[in-house]
Design a protein around this ligand. Structure first.
Ligand SMILES: *Cc1c(COP(=O)(O)O)cnc(C)c1O
Length: 379
């Protein structure tokens, strides 16, 4: 069984993907080819933003936002404690301080109560200027942007939506990657919409922001390529990746997103009475980057993972360590008591195999093994 079955997906889309890739190789327009511009239009249209600027990966996409806003030394940026390393890394890389915020046990997303508490703490200390918050759409579920927007307005913060896992999710009719003042995503192969290498994109409605993004992502270019008006990056999406993504986006919109939601609903129906299954609040729709359950203890989680492995069922622990405990941030002082939910989640979460091509037989095998393990433990 595959955790995320990219081989199966390729077999289904092979003809179109091969044709699209072969076109790029024949034309030899490897950098900034027409396929990149076409994809940016398709992505902006899907997400519902005015602009999409593609780039080299999801981490650069976040860094580009930091650069556009001029965030650096003396600034505080609020980041969930339970996320992939990038979300905090890019803040420190910009020279600013990532202030970690605990998350909600049901949704895995940033807790707005903890966010407000941390903002007040930073204000009272008076050493750093609160500049931005980076909500993450963890495991495919959009964060609570209605509440976050209110807090951001009250404390004059910008919102950078880290939609690396959220692409395809929505709240009501509004799509993920459109909730931030700037929003980003990643096309790393295992993400909801993945390419065949690294890739990323930035979304915004603001014209000036889009112009800056297009400049900074190509060496701070001015009116023409060899006119450099600011310090930037070399962060472009390869034409080959854009060609692959256009084909995959069609399948994603057409049926993959529906199918992965059906597979997730099936897990919830089969597991809801024995483990804590993911909570999707009313009006929210997830793109299911992961299907993450919670077990009763670390011992139970680790035991279940070992049992599933014996039965040929791959699982993952996203994430085993809170951000505030990462050695890379060890210069900063954090109190474990501020991160009780994250610490609990790191000890008890387990992500199950999930993708649009997961069969009912496969999900029944996974849930059957989980049921057996838990029943044996209680008898
Ligand atoms: C994957 C991921 C990133 C980084 O994306 P890359 O394309 O791997 O650089 C950032 N944030 C989150 C939450 C992610 O899951």
């Amino acid at each position: 069984m595959q955790f995320r079955d990219l081989k199966h997906q390729y077999q289904v889309l092979k003809e179109d993907i091969d044709k699209a890739m072969s076109r790029v190789v024949t034309d030899c327009n490897f950098i900034s080819g027409q396929q990149v511009k076409n994809l940016e239009t398709e992505l902006a249209d899907y997400v519902g933003t005015k602009h999409c600027v593609t780039c080299a990966n999801g981490t650069d996409a976040l860094s580009l936002a930091m650069m556009v806003w001029g965030i650096g030394p003396g600034d505080a940026v609020f980041v969930p404690d339970f996320t992939f390393f990038s979300t905090g890394e890019i803040v420190a890389y910009a020279g600013a301080v990532p202030v970690f915020v605990d998350v909600d046990l049901d949704t895995y997303n940033i807790s707005t109560d903890s966010l407000e508490r941390k903002i007040r703490e930073i204000q009272e200390e008076g050493k750093l200027i609160p500049r931005a918050v980076i909500p993450v759409d963890l495991f495919g579920l959009p964060a609570d942007y209605e509440k976050i927007r209110k807090i951001a307005d009250q404390y004059n913060l910008r919102i950078l939506e880290d939609g690396a896992q959220g692409f395809g999710g929505r709240i009501g009719d509004q799509m993920a990657c459109s909730f931030g003042d700037i929003s980003t995503t990643s096309f790393f192969p295992a993400k909801p919409l993945g390419c065949y290498g690294d890739g990323g994109a930035v979304f915004t409605d603001d014209d000036e922001t889009a112009d800056l993004l297009r400049s900074i992502s190509v060496h701070g270019k001015g009116a023409m390529k060899y006119d450099n008006v600011r310090i930037g990056l070399n962060s472009r999406l390869d034409t080959l990746q854009a060609a692959v993504l256009s084909v995959k986006l069609k399948a994603f919109r057409g049926y993959e997103l529906d199918d992965v939601n059906k597979a997730a609903e099936r897990y919830t129906a089969l597991l809801g009475d024995i483990v804590k299954t993911p909570v999707i609040p009313r009006g929210f729709y997830s793109s299911w980057a992961q299907y993450t359950i919670q077990l009763g203890s670390k011992e139970e989680r680790d035991g279940l993972q070992a049992r599933l492995k014996e039965s040929g069922i791959p699982t993952m622990i996203y994430y085993p360590k809170p951000m505030h405990k990462q050695q890379a941030f060890e210069g900063q002082r954090f109190v474990d008591d501020d991160y009780r939910n994250t610490i609990q989640l790191c000890n008890t979460v387990l992500a199950l195999p999930l993708h649009p091509y997961l069969t009912d037989t496969e999900s029944e095998k996974v849930t059957g093994e989980i049921r057996n393990y838990l029943e044996e433990k209680t008898h």
